[in-house]
Design a protein around this ligand. Structure first.
Ligand code: AMP
Ligand code: ZN
Length: 664
């Protein structure tokens, strides 16, 4: 097989796997196998740029940066939809249609109304050429580079597609991926995102497509527009789009009467929570495209379609008790324990009350009847109190002052909403929580050891911190509940194997507050060895790119504690990795040692992250703002004017991307 054939066949194969996974939800190979094939293709494409293909699956990983999102006029306007909330609205609509069409038989296609960001995709000769947001309906922003990273958007169509058309749909962020993103943000000390819809819309406007590629976005399509499409009705249109490789939910239903339409609405009003993504109603469309033409549009929306909105679901129930949970970092979360109630198809017993301010704001008390709502989030929310039902002897909620687990006086830092138990070395859930974090998949990934076993080991007095794991013997573990010789052996072997886990993951595993996965990587790269990190001052730490004061302070605090230093020393003596490996250091030089760079704007050949990595790999430091300590300001297009003024004022040399590349 020639190189070109090899590349083509890999592309074909990966396209099919992408389709199986992201459109059909039926993968046939493992993620690992997929990654290996993708890497192989990437390597071949790099060696052979002459076989470039704008639809190659390797483009999915992103990396291109959009400086300005160009405004593009939609060839056909993108309309809004009229809303309805009741059976009566639906009947009125049907009457209006019948009046215009002259009492013919009308069929309706019912689809779910996906709640995300609208998008219009243009295909020419089967290739995606453009993706544009709705904007004001007449013109939107060209977000093609970002949309190309969404795996369910086909870059190359299959089958018998028209030479040119637009297809419209909604870009959504499924609940599961959204929850994962938020968990990571919280772990990194960042504010969680509000809801999937806004996050999906925001993602489309990120400049760095590599970031978009990391977000688990999906694109659900519902309408094709163009000339000579050879399609006669909406239901057939959905089937056609599906045939060409688009992700079109199969939930759509063809209905002969408005009664059938109502049945569909009623069914999904209840079952919508079983769907992986958010929906906020049903879109009812006159099925026949000739009828649609005849009905036409009002100033804002088609007369042939109607959005039947779901009611926001709310129930009321009694709040029996407020309890308090202590997390791994000592953060206290108040929890509302409710009289079990059926909400949106599931029984709800608990809801988060977030923090003391939230309780005070709503004035929630034990014994109150409260309104509980299931919004975009998976965890139900307490929306308010039914004050008419408040018992006469009700008393305001006293937020706890001491830790429910260890009795230590709680603290609340200036400007923070959460209370904390400061007894991090003696509070049981904090101790086990830290060990559980240490062994978790993204940290030490210890096979043969789970969360429950950690609790058991702690209860039995066999471990009091994660360093103790490394002295456990098979004989100690075997007598534990549900342990056998084999499982005890697996546990001990798993612990031993974890000594090979690379430095940045060990660092993440230590559980320093605000040091999440990404921050740990940054610190490992910047300091290369734990000893250097342990002696770093706050000022030095904030000089590292993207390390803020809060993180710096937390790192210094962590290593200032004797217990922590001792544990690290012990871990070192057991042979864990506390410095970057040879291979990790290999690509690194000292060319830029002692120099600090500020990077601003957008660059021609490198993404901003690549540029920063290059600086760090060559021993330089990246800082986020210009100061007298800055050695160079590397300036790209659209650089912030204040940075330039400041650099000029301080006499900091401003260099271009090309000049920088010369240096390394
Ligand atoms: P609105 O923004 O409330 O006027 O609703 C109109 C928007 O609903 C459209 O711009 C689409 O982005 C979105 N939408 C979601 N699902 C569908 C669907 N199945 N058919 C048509 N529009 C939909
Ligand atoms: Zn405590």
């Amino acid at each position: 097989m020639s190189i070109e054939q090899k590349i083509t066949s890999l592309r074909e194969e990966l396209r099919q796997h992408n389709y199986n996974y992201y459109v059909l939800d039926k993968p046939v190979i493992s993620d690992y196998e997929f990654d290996m094939k993708l890497k192989e293709l990437q390597a071949l494409e790099e060696q052979h740029p002459e076989f470039h293909d704008p639809t190659s699956p390797t483009l999915r990983v992103g990396g291109m940066v959009t400086k300005n999102f160009e405004t593009v006029t939609h060839e056909e306007r993108m309309y809004s939809l009229d809303n309805s909330y009741s059976k009566e609205d639906l009947m009125d609509w049907e009457k209006r249609i019948q009046r215009i069409l002259g009492n013919v038989d009308v069929q309706f296609t019912c689809e779910l109304k996906y709640d995300g960001a609208s998008i219009s995709l243009t295909y020419e000769e089967g290739q995606l050429v453009r993706a544009v947001t709705r904007g004001d309906g007449f013109q939107g922003d060209d977000v093609t580079t970002n949309v190309k990273t969404i795996r369910s958007v086909p870059l190359q169509l299959k089958g018998d597609y028209p030479p040119k058309f637009d297809i419209r749909g909604e870009i959504v962020l499924p609940f599961e991926g959204f929850a994962k993103m938020n968990a990571e943000r919280v772990e990194n000390g960042e504010e969680p995102y509000m809801n999937p819809r806004n996050t999906a819309a925001g993602s489309l406007k990120l400049q760095d497509s590599a970031l978009v590629a990391q977000r688990p976005l999906e694109c659900l399509l519902y309408s094709i527009v163009g000339k000579d499409l050879q399609i006669t009705n909406q239901f057939e249109m959905l089937a056609k789009a599906r045939e060409w490789g688009f992700k079109v939910p199969t939930i759509a239903k063809l209905c002969n009467t408005t009664d059938e339409v109502l049945k569909f609405v009623e069914y999904w009003e209840v079952h919508r929570h079983e769907l992986p993504y958010e929906t906020d109603g049903v879109v009812v469309k006159v099925n026949n495209l000739r009828h649609q033409d005849e009905l036409g549009y009002t100033a804002k929306s088609p007369r042939w379609a109607l959005a039947y909105k779901f009611k926001a679901e709310q129930v009321s129930t009694v709040l029996n008790e407020i309890t308090y949970q202590v997390g791994r970092t000592g953060a206290i979360t108040p929890v509302a324990n409710l009289e079990p109630v059926l909400l949106a198809g599931t029984t709800v017993k608990r809801a988060s009350l977030h923090n003391a301010d939230q309780i005070a704001k709503l004035d929630v008390r034990e014994g109150d009847t409260v309104f509980v709502e299931k919004g975009g989030e998976i965890i139900p929310k307490i929306m308010g109190v039914d004050f008419t039902k408040r018992p006469a002897d009700s008393r305001p909620t006293q937020y706890i002052a001491v830790c429910p687990e260890c009795g230590t006086l709680l603290v609340r830092k200036e400007g923070e909403a959460q209370h904390f138990c400061p007894n991090d070395t003696g509070c049981p859930p904090q101790i086990t929580g830290r060990i559980q974090h240490f062994i978790s998949r993204k940290a030490m990934d210890i096979e043969g050891l789970g969360s429950e076993t950690v609790e058991l080991l702690f209860k039995e007095g066999l471990i009091a911190n994660y360093a103790d794991l490394y002295t456990l013997t098979k004989e100690q573990v075997m007598p534990l509940e549900r342990m056998a010789e084999k499982s005890a052996e697996n546990l001990v072997n798993g612990v031993t194997a974890s000594k090979q886990i690379p430095f940045e993951r060990v660092l993440f595993g230590l559980g320093i507050r605000y040091v999440g996965e990404t921050v740990a990587k940054k610190l490992a790269r910047a300091y290369k060895h734990i000893d250097a990190l342990m002696t770093a001052t706050e000022e030095e730490l904030v000089a590292v790119d993207e390390i803020g004061e809060r993180i710096a302070q937390s790192v210094v605090e962590f290593f200032a504690k004797d217990e922590n230093r001792q544990i690290v020393d012990r871990l070192k003596s057991y042979g864990l990795q506390f410095s970057l490996s040879e291979a990790q250091l290999e690509n690194q030089t000292d060319t830029l040692k002692g120099q600090t760079f500020v990077v601003s704007g957008v660059f021609e050949t490198l993404s901003r992250n690549e540029l920063k990595k290059l600086i760090e790999d060559n021993g330089g430091k990246v800082a986020s703002s210009v100061s007298s300590k800055t050695s160079y300001l590397v300036a790209g297009a659209n650089m912030g004017p204040s940075k330039r003024t400041k650099a000029e004022g301080l006499g900091v040399p401003i260099i271009s991307e090309a000049e920088f590349l010369e240096m390394v």
